[in-house]
Design a protein. Structure first.
Length: 420
């Protein structure tokens, strides 16, 4: 959500952001409603002041004046009540439009309607040259009996997975390893539920507009979140935080759920796009300073890259286009890891800066050095998500005989052996 005063004084900038992010929103309608709401509030305040003044002077008024004063006070109260009823509807309509306002994108973001306009800003490592015909991750899993991918479909439907044996152990080790590494960088480990109330999705920014992508439990009025960010954004909602000693840093660990739509094919086979997964999410609430936000954006990205480097995976960093970054993002960088079977990089991480857009929705505030209460800045980035990360991990480290070599960083955690 944007500050209405900013919208009033920067209409062209907001209109350009709407165009760049593909948002269908009438600023004329929004600003007209804004003017009407402010007019109603001014008149209501005047009527209340008039009624209070009449009430204050009632006791000292002459007897013959009291009937007229009573009539005027009653009229002012009735008129104020009528206006308040009308204001409620207009306020609600204005807020609905404000929830559609996009954040102003980073000046360096590629301008374009979709992911085809994303640009590669850095590549780390080189795709491995195999001296044999490599297997894809599904074939490797089947060869080593590391999952029951076909059986679980009979139980839970498509886009589900069931790991077993050493691969099931590896998934747990990876999540614990990532949580430990991120907490070592100063982030507080925190577990959050996937079940969240509707308001949490409005606070985080997925609602309105993405309801069809989220699993809904209407009987309980709960939804299944696709990231710990949903719960973490609302965890301090309504509070005034003390950021004098530094930002709030969380390493959120949670089960995640997403409706993955789209046609079947090699790019969605096996573990690539599943409905349920585990994720460690980096989350930051910091002071409302663009330079501070930029510093934390770089730190979040760097921590994720450190993990990929220790996993010995080639990857590239993407500058995400305005049309692909989402409504609330100021800046977004994806990290894509190399998947040999596809012959291309696939997203494994997504780093986002939202400035105060999210905080305004969630009422996340802090008191600055001058004592002024301000909306905070928020940022988030994947630390590690599984089973998504298992795809490049298995495929890049496979051997000719169908085994998988463990990166050195993981070997002590998996019993010390070289292979999975």
């Amino acid at each position: 959500m944007l500050d209405l005063n900013f919208v009033r004084h920067n209409r062209d900038t907001v209109a350009r952001a709407c165009e760049q992010k593909g948002v269908d929103l009438s600023l004329d309608e929004l600003l007209t409603l804004d003017g009407e709401v402010r007019g109603f509030k001014t008149e209501i305040d005047q009527l209340r002041a008039e009624r209070n003044a009449i009430s204050a002077g009632f006791k000292s008024a002459a007897p013959e004046e009291k009937a007229e004063l009573g009539r005027r006070a009653k009229e002012a109260g009735a008129r104020a009540g009528e206006l308040e009823a009308q204001l409620s509807g207009k306020d609600e309509a204005l807020r609905a439009l404000m929830l559609k306002l996009p954040n102003i994108p980073y000046a360096g973001a590629p301008i374009g309607p979709d992911e085809s306009f994303n640009t590669v800003i850095r590549t780390e490592g080189s795709p491995r040259e195999f001296g044999f015909e490599p297997l894809d991750h599904v074939a490797l899993i089947e060869k080593n009996d590391w999952a029951d991918l076909s059986r679980i479909v009979q139980v839970a439907g498509s886009r589900t997975y069931c790991l077993k044996g050493r691969l099931a152990l590896l998934e747990g080790v990876l999540m614990t390893w990532a949580l430990t590494k991120i907490s070592g960088a100063g982030f507080t480990p925190i577990t959050v539920p996937a079940l969240t109330r509707t308001q949490a999705f409005y606070n985080q920014g997925q609602f309105p507009g993405h309801e069809e992508e989220i699993y809904h439990l209407p009987k309980d009025e709960l939804w299944l979140a696709g990231t710990a960010e949903v719960a973490l954004t609302s965890l301090h909602s309504g509070e005034i935080l003390d950021l004098s000693s530094g930002p709030v840093l969380y390493a959120g660990y949670s089960p995640c759920f997403r409706r993955e739509a789209g046609s079947a094919g090699r790019d969605v086979r096996g573990l690539l796009r599943v409905h349920q997964f585990m994720k460690v999410e980096q989350y930051v609430i910091c002071e409302a300073d663009e330079a501070v936000s930029a510093e934390w954006h770089a730190k979040l990205l760097g921590l994720a890259e450190e993990l990929l480097t220790e996993l010995e995976l080639p990857y590239q960093v993407i500058e995400t286009s305005t049309g692909d970054m989402g409504l609330g993002k100021y800046r977004m960088n994806d990290i894509e890891s190399w998947v040999p079977s596809l012959g291309k990089y696939r997203e494994t991480h997504s780093c986002s800066t939202l400035h105060d857009w999210q905080a305004r929705r969630a009422n996340l505030r802090y008191r600055d050095a001058d004592g002024k209460v301000r909306f905070a800045h928020t940022l988030n980035n994947t630390a590690l998500a599984s089973p998504r990360i298992l795809v490049p991990l298995l495929e890049n480290h496979q051997t000719e005989d169908g085994r998988v070599r463990l990166p050195e960083a993981l070997r002590p955690l998996m019993g010390g052996g070289e292979f999975l």
